[in-house]
Design a protein. Structure first.
Length: 406
């Protein structure tokens, strides 16, 4: 650096600290074109000026810019009068040393400290005081490439991953519940109109709907014995009215056929007291069911208020062998494709030893109701009228024994 009294020229015009001749516009344009591919530029976060370097890193370039030519040095203190060194530093983007030499050569008093620091000389510390740790200036700038978002902390990434995982699991769970509800309420097997009409048109039978249950009661005689018959899976309660009508007309029983929750008896948790509200005058109750409804009926048969059990194409999943006072009748079909004779035989040990069993030759699973063919069922080899007659004879004898015992 020259030490003559001649002031240094502006770094912006000279392009450096040496007193080289002022380059022409053509020379500067050629230099920029030659180094365009090798230079990298960044924008200063303090003053907004774009600074570049062909060899230095991002941090080193900004450090050199802050120490030499940042226009924010000494210019952002409100209410302070600008000194000559501040004005020279701001206008010419000179370094502190160049500003000091320029003011010394021009006759002005040089600043006592670095004009860019704006800090007074610290007072001497008392003896024995440890020296404070020096703070590096300027502070290191994180080496983040321009126009790219900063890296997220690992904790945020983990939290985002957990949120996404929980959302996916919750979505799958909600979708599964929705699919199950749709399946349970779609495809319910309705009662055939002709068998149901034969019951509703019979003057000896009073048909009513009480609390969502279909109630069949004798018209003339008073009834004291009742049967709670639970339908099979996804079968309308009215589909069993024709097969149970003989109990009303011949044995003077009241038959209550409830509507299970979600059309599945497995999810119905009501008790005998809940079902009996549909016929409060009944004093002796029996339970029964078809298919899965029979499984639920066996569970209700554990109640001391139940005197009999009637199974249509079903079996028990709980042990009832200890209840010898329970009057049990189990009717199955040899052509049943769902409750096969083998399944019924395997579950026979769960019934009381005095239970009566009947297998109708040629009857299938759907013959115990009037709702049409059922998927997975076998093919019946006897007409529905014949099967209905055999069911009526067996159930009438069972009801007579039940009433005589009560």
């Amino acid at each position: 650096m020259p030490t003559s009294s001649t002031p240094l020229r502006c770094r912006r015009r000279e392009g450096g600290a040496s007193a080289r001749p002022h380059p022409t516009a053509q020379t500067r344009r050629a230099a920029r074109t030659a180094s365009a591919g090798a230079r990298r530029s960044w924008r200063c976060p303090r003053c907004g000026v774009k600074c570049s370097s062909a060899a230095l890193s991002f941090v080193a370039t900004l450090r050199r810019h802050h120490e030499t030519s940042c226009v924010s040095v000494g210019t952002h203190e409100p209410g302070r009068k600008q000194s000559p060194q501040d004005e020279y530093t701001r206008r010419h983007r000179a370094s502190p040393d160049e500003t000091r030499r320029h003011l010394t050569a021009s006759g002005a008093s040089p600043p006592s400290t670095c004009p860019s620091s704006r800090s007074r000389s610290p007072s001497p510390a008392p003896p024995g005081t440890p020296a404070p740790a020096s703070e590096e200036y300027p502070r290191k700038v994180p080496a983040t490439p321009p126009n790219q978002p900063p890296r997220q902390p690992k904790r945020n990434r983990l939290r985002r991953t957990l949120i996404w995982s929980f959302s996916i699991i919750a979505g799958v769970f909600v979708a599964a519940i929705a699919a199950f509800l749709i399946w349970a309420n779609v495809g319910v097997m309705a009662a055939e109109p002709e068998p149901l009409a034969s019951v509703t048109d019979d003057p000896a039978i009073t048909v009513a709907e009480v609390d969502g249950s279909l109630v069949l009661s004798p018209t003339e005689a008073a009834s004291t014995t009742g049967l709670i018959f639970i339908p099979g899976a996804k079968v309308e309660p009215a589909a069993y009215a024709a097969k149970l009508s003989n109990l009303v007309t011949e044995e003077q029983m009241t038959v209550v056929i409830p509507q299970p929750l979600l059309n599945l008896a497995f999810f119905d948790t009501r008790t005998i007291d809940d079902y009996s509200t549909a016929a409060p005058d009944i004093t002796t109750w029996a339970v029964g069911g078809h298919s899965l409804g029979g499984v639920r009926a066996c569970q209700l048969a554990d109640s001391p208020d139940v005197a009999g059990l009637l199974l249509f194409g079903g079996y028990c999943a709980n042990d009832l062998t200890a209840d010898t006072s329970l009057d049990v009748l189990s009717i199955t079909g040899s052509a049943d494709g769902l409750t096969t004779p083998q399944k019924a035989s395997d579950a026979r040990d769960l019934l009381p030893t005095n239970a009566e069993t009947l297998e109708i030759d040629g009857a299938n699973h759907a013959m115990f109701g009037n709702y049409g063919p059922q998927s997975g069922d076998g093919t019946a080899t006897i007409p529905d009228e014949e099967g209905r007659e055999q069911i009526a004879v067996a159930t009438s004898d069972w009801a007579a024994e039940l009433q005589s015992a009560s």
